[in-house]
Ligand binder design. Sequence first.
Ligand SMILES: [Fe+2]
Ligand SMILES: [Fe+2]
Length: 138
Amino acid sequence: MDAIVKLKDDHKKVEKLFKSLAKDDLSVVPAICDALTLHAAVEESVFYPAVNEETQDEEDDIAEAFEEHHLVKILIAELQDLDPSELAYKAKATVLMELVRHHVEEEESDMFPEVRKQLGRTRLREIGDQMEAFEKRG
Ligand SMILES: [Fe+2]
Ligand SMILES: [Fe+2]
């Protein structure tokens, strides 16, 4: 599968959960955390390194993406230590949603179109296959 199609598909699934969160359904928070943890690992282990090595002028975007993932992971770790009844739980989940929506917007509107232009369809399919293999390995 094309790497960018797969990543956008992940984004869509998380956005669906965010819609429930935005309606105050906190029961979706663990699923959001699990989905984001796997998605970030796939990007950091397979997609971003390929982009860094094989494209021109994407280093700044990738470095920023790593920093945003870092903040996402901190929020996830803190959420996993909190009881959902605590006031901070909903607040942290909301900040996580805002941060991820911003991050996804940058990936989809800046990084991905540039990467698609530079890497092309065949290479993106190979990277997509590597991403799927990474997920299967767990
Ligand atoms: Fe990302
Ligand atoms: Fe992403």
